[in-house]
Design a protein around this ligand. Sequence first.
Ligand SMILES: NC(=O)c1ccc[n+]([C@@H]2O[C@H](COP(=O)([O-])OP(=O)(O)OC[C@H]3O[C@@H](n4cnc5c(N)ncnc54)[C@H](OP(=O)(O)O)[C@@H]3O)[C@@H](O)[C@H]2O)c1
Length: 332
Amino acid sequence: MTTTQTQTMLAWAQTAYGGPDAVAAARVDVPAPRAGAVLVRVDATSLNSGDVRVMRGEPLLLRLVFGLRRPKTPTPGRDVAGTVVALGDGVADLAVGDRVVGELTGAGGLAEHVVAPVSELARIPDGLDAVTAATLPIAGGTAWQALDAAAVASGHRVLVVGAGGGVGTFAVRLAALRGAEVDALCGARAEPVVADLGAARTWDYREVGLADLPQDAYDAVIDVAGAVLLRALQGLARDGGTVVLVNGGEHRVFGPLGRMARGAVLSIGSRRRIRLLAAAVRPSLTAELAALAAAGELVPHVERTWPLAEARAALAHVDAGRTVGKVVVTAS
Ligand SMILES: NC(=O)c1ccc[n+]([C@@H]2O[C@H](COP(=O)([O-])OP(=O)(O)OC[C@H]3O[C@@H](n4cnc5c(N)ncnc54)[C@H](OP(=O)(O)O)[C@@H]3O)[C@@H](O)[C@H]2O)c1
């Protein structure tokens, strides 16, 4: 392994589930990369609503995977962009100095350094900045997989419900890039943003309900908001159309299980299928998104950046559920 000169680093960590106050700054040893992994100097970490779900340990079902009493990985942050500074044994595909981005299943991005498995990383193309790169893996990857789940293609009509947040803004832009005609339901603050990203029509969800939107109209309805009746979503899809549930709902214990079951029941015998999305970690997809961003076709909306020293404020902002586009924590 190649060593670095830094011995300790700033890292945010939590020892119990809870709100942003459960996460505290600490000085810890810089970790050594294990076999098949690299040590990354973190340049930017984007936050997602999934990070605050893990922070709070809600839905409770999530604790079976992420840790019964506290998160197994104390440092939050899965969407990481940075620079390789040391190599673990057996790493041949990356070199010190390479710029990389990825969704790290072990989290750890709210720190100066993180150990990342090579299998979870993509290279950042020349000309693409770290803040933009860090927005791509989870929000961009989820949006892309949601569009794939409905086979969105050129000429399709797509409605994104809850278009203003991280996944929603990507869904609008990526659907437009596929040549679809995109409509968007979002908060009023997000309307100009999603229009800029390619939405033909936008509505404020506090003024307009699903029943007021075009019925029987869409090839794909991508629901990122979650807080709506499935039958109403189904009514928006045309015959043969697909409803994709990105948001599993807010049930405190069971999370998405109820919506998944109701969606399955409503899909029986219907020509308007309801599918619950479970997005996978796909570094090759991150690489494709990074290429689109480097080419200037995909310009993610970053609402605000915070320096690492103020990461708790960034977590609190995402925890409030009011993000328009993406929130990113930067190294300085
Ligand atoms: N299925 C999967 O594999 C997968 C993967 C990733 C994420 N997700 C899920 O996707 C969802 C979105 O994640 P995210 O990180 O993109 O969230 P986010 O950025 O925190 O979304 C916040 C945005 O949602 C808007 N919003 C809230 N309630 C709304 C409603 N009823 N109608 C329309 N807009 C509404 C807010 O607007 P206002 O501020 O105006 O209220 C805000 O702009 C989460 O539930 C997350 O768990 C699922």
